[in-house]
Design a protein around this ligand. Structure first.
Ligand SMILES: CC(C)(COP(=O)(O)OP(=O)(O)OC[C@H]1O[C@@H](n2cnc3c(N)ncnc32)[C@H](O)[C@@H]1OP(=O)(O)O)[C@@H](O)C(=O)NCCC(=O)NCCS
Length: 148
């Protein structure tokens, strides 16, 4: 029987999937993000039959384009291993992230989305704010958010 679980994990646990899916195999140090080890940061892992197949990180970070201050949560490093994509694991991670953000009374969940993933986030009610911008070495992105 299929066994899918979402758990909070340590910051180091998410690095290999970030490395593989988001950082083109670059060294693990390059896969760390500022704020990864803050007490308030939450790293999520989705396990598919006990294999860590996807990850996402939630951290407190105010984006200047939103008027709410001290009530924004940022989603970062969302990734599902290629062999496990299109199995609703990204959906589950996103649902969990929204649930956590709501339960902690944040007003906005936001992130910089890769252009290729915009359609995925729109499916779950996230909106684009502003114009496309380029993140060096990664490519075109959009600021996306959901009011909670
Ligand atoms: C984007 C990503 C996280 C989606 O995870 P996933 O587990 O493959 O997605 P799911 O299976 O949960 O998809 C849920 C729905 O979104 C759709 N979807 C998935 N990826 C999509 C995309 N890139 N564009 C549009 N729709 C997408 C699926 O078809 C599915 O639709 P359905 O419910 O009608 O069948 C994953 O493909 C990934 O890690 N991609 C590479 C890294 C990346 O781009 N990360 C995002 C950085 S901002």
């Amino acid at each position: 029987m299929l066994n899918i679980q979402i758990k909070e994990v340590e910051s180091n646990t998410v690095l290999p999937i970030r490395q593989k899916v988001l950082r083109d195999g670059k060294a693990l140090e390059f896969c760390k993000m500022p704020g990864d080890d803050d007490n308030s940061t939450i790293h999520l892992g989705v396990y598919f039959n006990n294999v860590l197949a996807g990850i996402a990180t939630l951290m407190i970070d105010d984006h200047p384009d939103f008027s709410f201050k001290n009530s924004q949560l940022r989603l970062r490093g969302m990734a599902v291993l290629p062999d496990y994509q299109k199995k609703q694991l990204g959906n589950l991670l996103l649902e969990k992230a929204i649930q956590i953000a709501k339960s902690q009374n944040y007003k906005i969940l936001w992130f910089n989305a890769r252009e290729i993933a915009v359609g995925f986030y729109q499916k779950f009610g996230f909106s684009i704010k502003g114009n496309v911008f380029i993140i060096e070495d990664v490519g075109p992105h959009f600021l996306m958010y959901k009011s909670l």
